[in-house]
Ligand binder design. Structure first.
Ligand code: PEP
Length: 248
């Protein structure tokens, strides 16, 4: 059975003071190391210190595909590991759209993260135009295939996939549970094709305007194994509610 996760993507938000309040207001029950947060890189250290008593694991929103060297502004996987980060998002649609990250580049980041011991959360999803042109499956499955090209796994805990329809991110428009499950089940089939039994246990998260009031019905679907959440992960109260729903 895939494990259920709730992952908060704070993007370029949260002041240092807001982070302190977040962790002091957070109320988590039944934490199985499955509640994760990706703050801004500069706040990872602070979050690691504050999260240590909560069991929340901390990760990065991005990482470099290179070990070290002249790559100004990049985020090194070795340094993330040294700090105590647990995971990294890879290929978020905002990185694909605003920073022109290609499938091949994303694939090399997935490989680097796994090589160094970080769990990559591979983000995939179609735009509205692609959905309207009936290309959803081609795009999403193509992104999963390319992102995982030549990636070998020893177990299901080394990778998470997040399906995030671009039209649902930060727009308040959530995919219906049925729309999401339709895509998740195709992603599941592909993961089984690529990784056999291990593919059955890889968690596939849904992202795109997940909120406390719609999370339960999404999580009821067989192949939706948690959420990757932007807006609703920023406040301790709503993130706590999302985590509670994830534990049911
Ligand atoms: C995201 O950024 O991954 C996301 C899903 O954002 P939101 O929950 O705000 O739509």
């Amino acid at each position: 059975m895939p494990k259920n996760y709730m992952i908060g993507n704070w993007k370029m938000n949260q002041t240092s003071e807001e982070i302190t309040s977040f962790f002091s207001d957070l109320k988590l029950e039944n934490n199985q190391n499955n509640f994760w947060i990706a703050p801004q890189t500069l706040h990872i250290d602070k979050c690691l210190a504050l999260a240590s008593t909560t069991g929340v694991l901390i990760g990065s929103q991005n990482c470099s595909d290179q070990d070290h060297g002249a790559f100004t502004g990049e985020v090194s996987t070795d340094t993330l590991m040294e700090m105590g980060a647990h995971f990294t998002l890879v290929g978020h649609s905002e990185r694909r759209a605003y920073f022109q990250e290609s499938d091949a580049f994303i694939n090399s980041k997935v490989a680097k993260a796994i090589e160094k011991g970080l769990v990559p959360v591979l983000c995939v999803g179609e735009t509205l135009e692609e959905r309207e042109a009936d290309k959803t499956f081609d795009i999403v499955l193509g992104q999963v295939k390319s992102g995982l090209d030549s990636i070998e796994l020893n177990n299901e805990a080394e990778l998470i996939v997040a399906y995030e329809p671009v039209w649902a991110i930060g727009t308040g428009k959530t995919a219906s549970p049925e729309q999401a499950e339709e895509v998740h089940s195709k992603v599941r089939d592909l993961l089984v094709e690529l990784y056999g039994e291990t593919g059955k246990d890889i968690s596939i998260l849904y992202g795109g305007s997940v909120k406390p009031n719609n999370v339960k019905e999404l999580l009821e679907k067989t192949n939706i194994n948690g959420g990757l959440v932007g807006g609703a992960s920023i406040k301790a109260e709503s993130f706590s509610e999302l985590c509670a729903a994830c534990s049911l």
